[in-house]
Ligand binder design. Structure first.
Ligand code: NAP
Length: 205
């Protein structure tokens, strides 16, 4: 696994809120794929969530910054949240490719459940030309669980699509929001700094 330029992980997600499952995934990908850096990319206006309530992008960005502070290999990008309109992953990947140059090896990391309809994403044919894809999944996940159209998409450049088993995938942002709403503890599911931020800003109540 050698490359001429830097190996950059791009951790795509809504991060509403960011939690230990995301952090373990990013660190797992960093070690497994020998990444120099993992850049968290909170989405600004997710195109597939236009009807759903998503917390303000600045809150999601701030929580992500707090969560990654102690890892020198992690960073956070404002690329999507500072952008007008919907956050299409292909636009971010094109910008990052231009920024890091042709020699960089890019790895887009996200949840396996987030890519179920990836064949319908904007300009989906181009993704695997620009970056490797790492789908984070619970142990035991197999590609056959994906819809046939997604499997066909993976088949286009199978060598650039990877599955990363992450036991901590059981933690979910949905469950954390629900726990806050119903007054349950979220300690040890999110970093303490994120827990304080949620409380201080009355998020998810
Ligand atoms: P989602 O559909 O809300 O998430 C589906 C599942 O994947 C959830 O269980 C989620 O857990 C998990 N997940 C999401 N991101 C993850 C990550 N980085 N690491 C591990 N698990 C993750 O997903 P989303 O957050 O909205 O979108 C994920 C990425 O796909 C984003 O970068 C988004 O921009 C991109 N996307 C792009 C398009 C497009 O360009 N047309 C369309 C859809 C998605 P949590 O809820 O706990 O995170």
């Amino acid at each position: 696994m050698t490359s001429k330029g830097p190996r950059i992980g791009i951790m795509g997600g809504t991060f509403d809120p960011v939690h230990y499952g995301h952090l373990v995934t990013a660190e797992g990908a960093r070690c497994e794929y020998k990444l120099d850096q993992v850049l968290f990319l909170p989405s600004g206006k997710p195109p597939h969530k236009s009807m759903k309530r998503v917390s303000d992008a600045e809150h999601r960005y701030m929580m992500t910054v707090l969560a990654i502070l102690t890892n020198p290999h992690f960073g956070v990008s404002r690329l999507d949240i500072d952008r007008e309109g919907f956050s299409y992953t292909i636009d971010a990947l094109r910008r990052l490719r231009a920024e890091y140059g042709p020699d960089a090896e890019l790895f887009f990391i996200t949840g396996a459940d987030a890519i179920l309809e990836i064949n319908q994403w904007k300009d989906s044919d181009e993704y695997l030309d620009i970056a490797h894809f790492i789908a984070a999944a619970r142990p035991g996940f197999c590609l056959e669980e994906l819809p046939q159209a997604t499997q066909d998409w993976v088949g286009q450049h199978g060598d650039r699509f990877h599955v990363l088993n992450v036991p901590a995938m059981a933690i979910s942002s949905t469950e954390i929001r629900e726990r806050v709403r119903t007054g349950k503890s979220i300690r040890y599911l999110v970093p303490e700094s994120v827990e304080h931020y949620i409380k201080r800003n009355n998020l998810y109540l």
